[in-house]
Design a protein around this ligand. Structure first.
Ligand SMILES: [Zn+2]
Length: 220
């Protein structure tokens, strides 16, 4: 009886050794692959199209971008900590990254909430997203599936972070007196450097308007 037991144990050990050292050599062969089809499906692709309409020529939208392509650990000297920090973002991706059309520099991160209940995995992902975006100083917008049908609202959400207006094409009239408005740049205060519309009849009329607020009612 003991002999049989020993033989079984030996066979098991032998089997594992074969698996580990002999079969592994076969891993150099070329395996077959197949395409997984469209990169985005259903709601994801409807939302992608809405984002593209919202930004127009003013930005480029990328979908499912690996986090490690956008951000990298900052000033971590310890090798082990660097490894952990890199690993944390290596297998995660951003749903949508809105980039500057010329430099392709990421400007805004957009996370699509599919409306599913909050599971442990979903909560962890949101926590990671919020942390990395805050840490890397990247604006994060959480949008729901219903935004796919509200391009105007998406545009307003994005307008706080990217210029969606071509200044030479944008003509506005004062909501108080009806005179044409002019674009000025704030040279002091909290909004220094930010552009805004002001009534051309200043100082007789003091009406001003945020430059980036896009009034768009056509699709709502
Ligand atoms: Zn006015």
């Amino acid at each position: 009886m003991t002999n049989i037991f020993i033989i079984v144990v030996l066979l098991v050990v032998f089997f594992f050794i074969i698996q580990k050292y002999v079969i592994k050599h076969d891993d150099t062969r070329d395996y077959p692959y197949q395409s997984k089809g469209p990169l985005l499906r259903g709601q994801e692709s409807a939302f992608y199209n809405a984002l593209r309409s919202a930004v127009g020529e003013h930005a480029v939208v990328f979908a499912k971008v690996n986090m490690a392509s956008v951000i990298t650990p900052k000033s971590i000297k310890n090798k082990k900590q660097l490894f952990v920090a890199s690993n944390r973002i290596a297998r995660s991706y951003f749903d949508y990254v809105i980039c500057d059309p010329r430099t392709l520099e990421p400007r805004v991160i957009v996370e699509l909430d599919n409306g599913q209940p909050l599971t442990k995995g979903k909560a962890e992902r949101q926590k990671l997203l919020m942390h990395v975006c805050k840490s890397a100083n990247l604006p994060l917008i959480g949008a729901s599936v219903k935004h796919s049908y509200q391009v105007g609202r998406l545009r307003r959400l994005l307008a706080a972070h990217i210029d969606l207006i071509e200044s030479d094409k944008e003509i506005r009239f004062c909501k108080k007196c009806g005179s044409p408005m002019v674009i000025k740049t704030a040279n002091q205060g909290e909004f220094k450097g930010r552009r805004f519309f002001t009534c051309s009849r200043q100082p007789n009329c003091t009406y001003t308007e945020n430059y980036n607020v896009v009034f768009d009612t056509e699709d709502e």
